[in-house]
Design a protein around this ligand. Structure first.
Ligand SMILES: Cc1cc2nc3c(=O)[nH]c(=O)nc-3n(C[C@H](O)[C@H](O)[C@H](O)COP(=O)(O)OP(=O)(O)OC[C@H]3O[C@@H](n4cnc5c(N)ncnc54)[C@H](O)[C@@H]3O)c2cc1C
Length: 435
């Protein structure tokens, strides 16, 4: 993971959008009050918060890639308000459940406010999601999940197999629950929109990998074509923080893949039940995430693996697409004739014990990230809170973020690879028909 290479490809949700001109890379010598590294949801929220709370200061936001090509533009598009904690409902953990959900909800609110204020064209649909179970393990999770939702007084509707079939057009699921809170979004359109509407004192430089961070006053960030001196640095670099010397033994990476069908015909869409669009999260941690998007495609993600923090090659994607295909045809046999248009992969930061990262990492350096596959709303909240924390402002949200459990230690190579391999593999135990 420390190779200093920031690979990208043209297989993301960004490819479904019109072409966009990237902002200019950092060239020459620059000075800013704040540097934010990483323009995913975390960095975008941090840069905005800093720019708005310090209107007289300059914020430079640097990203190694183009906006939309990190995990924030490659995810499945669920902005979660209510987390599912697998493995059984535990009354003694209620405070922790509430803490995490407060963070999720803060992020969801921040995103909604931005989408509405700037009228972002990102297919934002805030009507909750389905959590569904096909096989026995997931059905047990469904019972635990309903218990948890009731105990926390979270609005939800348990659904039978027939009710799910009528809404989603598949007989796969034996039980499920609709949770009212949560939004679905076109993730690349969302981050592009957030980037293109930043306040004027936040300057974005894409294709500007920070290859070195020299500590001192000011801090010095080096990119291939430029140098930036900054008083404070916020790292929103997801799983790539170790490339700059942070969290090497705490943060690992998981590479996930999914596929999209072509746009379905009206007749095909009608065969999918009563709703115009929906999203299903599996109640098994290794189960498929399936969406009918607003523009009429089915997207399905069902693989995760350790690949050294890299995207998958075209050949690997082709192989994973067979798993997507199998899962798609099992759910929608009447749509077996519908081809996939393409497959994509994305890399997410994970910790061994499922915690997230939010801290001061060094003098005037702050870091947030590692959301274990659930970072759209949480990352937004973390970014916003990190900006507040770094400028010395206190809030309930900052305190909730600071209360993340410490991350478990990850052993050095080659054990790290084996450990990460098993951490990711473990999530598929007993996945059965939920895949
Ligand atoms: C396939 C997939 C599906 C997912 N589905 C969901 C979902 O449905 N819902 C959900 O909540 N979460 C989901 N996630 C997780 C979610 O996408 C992430 O948790 C979230 O986007 C992380 O945001 P971030 O801003 O921290 O990181 P990123 O979006 O990865 O942004 C980090 C940015 O930092 C840049 N960077 C890194 N190092 C440097 C450097 N040295 N110099 C300059 N720039 C640098 C990168 O280029 C990148 O753009 C999914 C993830 C994947 C991969």
């Amino acid at each position: 993971m420390n190779n200093g290479i920031f690979e990208t490809d043209r297989h993301g949700w960004a490819e479904l959008l019109p072409p966009r001109q990237a902002t200019a890379p950092l060239r020459g010598e620059h000075r800013a009050d704040w540097a934010v590294v990483g323009a995913g949801v975390t960095g975008l929220a941090a840069a905005r918060r800093l720019a708005e709370s310090r209107p007289d200061q300059e914020i430079a936001l640097l990203d190694a890639r183009e906006v939309g090509q990190g995990a924030s533009g490659r995810n499945s598009g669920y902005a979660v308000a209510v987390s599912h904690f697998g493995g059984g409902f535990s009354r003694k953990d209620i405070d922790e459940y509430r803490r995490v959900n407060r963070i999720n909800q803060a992020g969801l609110t921040l995103l909604r406010e931005r989408v509405e204020a700037d009228n972002l064209a990102c297919q934002w649909r805030e009507q909750g999601f389905y959590h569904a179970a096909a096989d026995s393990r997931a059905q047990a999770e469904c019972r635990y999940f309903c218990e948890y939702l009731s105990a926390l007084d979270i609005a939800h509707t348990p659904l039978s197999s027939n009710e799910l079939a009528a809404r989603l057009g598949t007989n796969t699921y034996q039980s499920g629950v609709h949770v009212d809170q949560g939004a679905l979004v076109q993730p690349a359109a969302l981050v592009r929109g957030l980037a293109d509407t930043l306040p004027a004192n936040a300057r974005l430089h894409e294709n500007s990998p920070v290859t070195r961070l020299d500590h001192g006053t000011p801090l010095r960030l080096v990119t291939p074509e430029g140098t930036l001196l900054a008083d404070n640095v916020l790292l929103a670099t997801n799983f790539e923080a170790p490339k700059l010397g942070f969290l090497a033994r705490r943060l690992s990476a998981s590479t996930l893949t999914g596929s999209f069908t072509r746009v379905l015909s009206q007749e095909e869409r009608t065969s999918l039940g009563s709703l115009s669009d929906w999203g299903v999260l599996s109640l098994h941690s290794g189960g498929a995430t399936v969406r009918l998007t607003v523009d009429g495609r089915i997207s399905l993600r069902n693989t995760a693996e350790y690949n050294g923090g890299q995207l998958l090659s075209d050949a690997q994607l082709k192989q994973r697409q067979e798993t997507h295909r199998e899962s798609f045809e099992r759910r929608f046999p009447h749509l077996a004739h519908v081809p996939f248009e393409f497959a994509w992969s994305g890399v997410e930061g994970i910790s061994r014990n499922g915690t997230n990262f939010f801290s001061k990492a060094a003098k005037n350096v702050f870091i947030a990230g590692g959301y274990n596959g659930s970072g759209v709303s949480r990352g937004t909240a973390f970014g916003h809170a990190l900006a507040d924390y770094a400028r010395g402002a206190d809030s309930d949200l900052v305190r909730d973020c600071l209360a993340c459990a410490p991350a478990s230690w990850i052993p050095p190579r080659p054990l790290v690879n084996i450990g990460a391999y098993f951490t990711v593999k473990k999530r598929f135990i007993g996945v059965g028909l939920d895949r």
